[in-house]
Design a protein around this ligand. Structure first.
Ligand code: ADP
Ligand code: MG
Length: 224
């Protein structure tokens, strides 16, 4: 059994109304643990909708989505939902919408604090993940004063501090300058290569696809 399994997954926004829109149409996909998969597609092709199914932010209109053997629809309203959310971290496009604390280390600590991780372990996780994204020296700084690339690396450190199995990057470099894009891509590659994390990278930059094991192209809600 693959770690991520989508079976005839369809998603309709505003189902049953006049605005009904089928954003995903019978998607079948299996992704093994440890894979580095890129997802490519035009605006509106359903990439973000697909990503949101993988940590149960959205539930299938029909079909199934299984993460580490857990069915997202069955997990809704149960403790298993939080198990899925903890296993699949998401990094979004806009770094400014993802940071909440006024000090870098507090921001990275926010996720594990919410998971109820004992405080002596939180400090260790924060130091470990700031080191991984090469921001050790920025622990006490205000994130507002950092570059876009640095802010995205803080967001990544915050996700990693929750110790997920998989990270989904939804166009994480779209708002960055070329050096920020390079920093973030280096970090993403390292996570997969050195840490063996399952990585799904949604992008529309062709040059960012080179290192992927597999490229999936979406068009009109279907894998083409
Ligand atoms: P992508 O990430 O590839 O740009 P999305 O998954 O965001 O695509 O969107 C797929 C389609 O679903 C688009 O036509 C979009 O307009 C529509 N859509 C996305 N989110 C919503 C929503 N919350 N309500 C209604 N339609 C939506
Ligand atoms: Mg999108």
């Amino acid at each position: 059994m693959a770690w991520i399994e989508l079976e005839h997954l369809s998603h309709c926004y505003h189902a049953g109304t006049e605005q009904e829109h089928r954003a995903l149409d019978e998607v079948n996909l299996a992704i093994e643990a440890g894979a580095f998969v890129a997802i490519l597609g035009a605006n509106g092709s359903g990439k973000s909708t697909l990503a949101k199914h993988l940590n149960a932010l959205l539930l299938p209109t029909s079909g199934a989505c299984r993460i580490g053997g857990l069915d997202t629809a069955a997990a809704a309203d149960t403790a298993e939902l939080w198990k899925i959310r903890q296993q699949v971290g998401m990094v979004f496009q806009n770094p400014d919408n993802q940071l909440i604390a006024a000090v870098v280390e507090d921001d990275v600590a926010f996720g594990p604090e919410n998971l109820g991780v004992p405080s002596d372990q939180i400090g260790l996780r924060v130091a470990r993940e700031l080191h991984r994204v090469a921001l050790d020296d920025y622990a006490g700084m205000n994130p507002a004063r950092l570059s876009g690339g640095q802010k995205q690396r803080i967001a990544i450190a915050g996700i990693l501090a929750m110790e997920p199995e998989c990270i989904i990057f939804d166009e994480p470099t779209a708002m960055l300058d070329p050096s920020g894009r390079r920093e973030v891509m280096e970090t993403i590659k390292k996570l997969n290569r050195d840490k063996g994390m399952t990585v799904l990278h949604i992008t529309h930059y062709m040059t960012e696809l080179i290192d992927a094991d597999r490229i999936i192209v979406l068009d009109g809600g279907q894998i083409v």
